[in-house]
Write a protein that binds this ligand. Sequence first.
Ligand SMILES: C[S@@+](CC[C@H](N)C(=O)[O-])C[C@H]1O[C@@H](n2cnc3c(N)ncnc32)[C@H](O)[C@@H]1O
Length: 295
Amino acid sequence: MKSEYYKNVLPWNENERVIDQFGWNPQSVITPTKSSKNNWDDAYLTAYEEKRGVCPRLPNGLMMSEFHAGLCENIVHYWSMVGDTIVDPFAGRMTRAFVSAKLGRDYIGYDVSPETVKKVREEMGRHSFDGYYDIIESDGCEMSHTDDESANLVMTCPPYGDIERYESAEGQLSDIRSYTEFRNRIEICGQNIERVLKPGGFCVWVCGDWRKGGEYIPFHSDTINMFTMAGLNLHDIIVMKNDTIFAALQAGKCASKRYTAKVHEFILVFRKSGELVANSDKIKNKVESLEQFFS
Ligand SMILES: C[S@@+](CC[C@H](N)C(=O)[O-])C[C@H]1O[C@@H](n2cnc3c(N)ncnc32)[C@H](O)[C@@H]1O
């Protein structure tokens, strides 16, 4: 059968500009723009919370970290197809759920924070995404509600140790004080990502490094080591430059210790070995058109 031959084809159209097909020029350093964020006003839980005057702010008045919706759009377009299943072990505050569902993917997100899960379900429920997303209140390191080899893409942004605290709950990673213990949970998460991914599926893991008590925590390289040990292949590394005011606020403190202020995060892309089977309409169409072309 000819389609066997084309099993591993990732669809793209050589007659159309890459930016028109995927919405961005895939380069190894990216700076997500304000306008690409602003296109997605409804994707932010914060917008609803602000309207109700219940927006959680950090002691310095800044908002809790939010995933950039424009970045999410790029990831979803580039590493998944319409109709694919996206699993998110640390769903957080709705952005990835909203963008994925809006772009026609089936999204399954895990979070252990009852308050976050309640708000996200409530706000997602205001849109007509029924049947296209599920928010599960359970440990994303285990993903025990997700079958083996059922996800085309795992996309997430894990908590960064305990540097930003979320609601205390059983399994809450930001409750863990010791980096070794935190890392052990992430190692289990990596093993389960390998388990839930379909052969040929991608994992896009957005993370940063940080400092604790003066010690540099190389979370991105620890993740690479643990995930490759779990059987995933390192497929790509992208540096995301953050347009953040934190750097300016920290300049003096950093200079006094000869550190640099961190203005980047990593987008780590892993891939599970095996063949990508044409399961979405877009891939099927591509395979069929290739078969017609060669018949
Ligand atoms: C997604 S992460 C980082 C914040 C990120 N920028 C975002 O998208 O909101 C934070 C979320 O992970 C959740 N979390 C922490 N430990 C978890 C676990 N073991 N399983 C699932 N979710 C967890 C927290 O409750 C929080 O809502």
